[in-house]
Ligand binder design. Structure first.
Ligand code: 6GU
Length: 241
């Protein structure tokens, strides 16, 4: 997969050299390129923003600069992603869908955002454009949301996560439940013991215990997820939990 990130703060994306995403790049699974938007400015001050028409606080990013940059970076079939607090919320489902694309272009806005004609123009030109948010809070710009998207998507690419099984049971995975609590050695720590069932070697009982814990957790922390479960997603034993 190829990913281009456009930003006025390329250094913000430096963490993408580390850990799993860094390894995916070294392995050639992910071709990630970070660009400085100011490389597409033409004035002496390398201006990327201006005051909003209609008045109001803050600055808006100019469509001409973004247009020059995106015309250069977009390829036929590329998916243009625009991080914005007014976008659709990024979910694991979105991440799986986006992981199927061959080329992503992430355009990070700052200030009050990017002139709305940029999204409009590329949509009209037939480019797939997705405006996404990473949650209901306000960040200073799209860079952190770009980091979140790239990490969420990169780990779904074949060969990035060592054990593909670890993608199956985790929170927001197929079961539609949060993940159960996990434990390792030592079996007793500061007076807290690992639940006996996990030391029992009884695989069916362990699976049942984990499912019950996942259900309890989800009911407590994310009742919205429990309510959204398909009829038939709960088994006979679940209904007693
Ligand atoms: Cl994608 N951008 C900004 N600036 N703030 C956000 C966000 C994105 N998602 C949540 N808050």
């Amino acid at each position: 997969m190829r990913v281009d990130v456009l930003t006025i703060f390329p250094d913000y994306l430096a963490p993408l050299r580390l850990s799993l995403v860094g390894k995916a790049r070294e392995a050639g699974i992910l071709d990630l390129r970070v660009h400085d938007l100011r490389d597409w400015t033409t004035d002496r001050h390398r201006t990327v923003d201006d005051t909003p028409f209609g008045g109001g606080a803050g600055m808006v990013m100019r469509p001409d600069v973004w247009g020059a940059a995106l015309d250069d970076v977009l390829t036929p079939g590329a998916h243009l992603l625009l991080p914005t607090p007014s976008g659709e919320v990024l979910t694991q489902r979105t991440a799986h869908a986006v992981a199927q694309d061959a080329h992503l272009v992430v355009a990070c806005g700052r200030y009050e955002g990017i002139d709305a004609r940029v999204a409009e123009h590329y949509r009209a030109a037939g480019v797939r454009v997705t405006e996404y948010s990473i949650g209901d809070y306000v960040l200073n710009g799209g860079e952190v949301a770009a980091l979140v998207l790239v990490e969420a998507v990169a780990r779904l690419l074949p060969g990035v996560v060592g054990n593909p099984h670890s993608l199956v049971e985790e929170s927001h995975g197929e079961a539609g439940l949060l993940e159960y609590p996990v434990y390792t050695k030592p079996p007793s720590w500061r007076g807290l013991d690992v639940p006996d069932v996990l030391l029992s070697g009884h695989h069916a009982r362990i699976a049942r215990w984990r499912r019950d814990e996942a259900l309890h957790r989800t009911a407590q922390r994310r009742p919205d997820m429990l309510a959204a479960l398909d009829e038939g997603a709960l088994d006979r034993h679940d209904r007693e939990v």
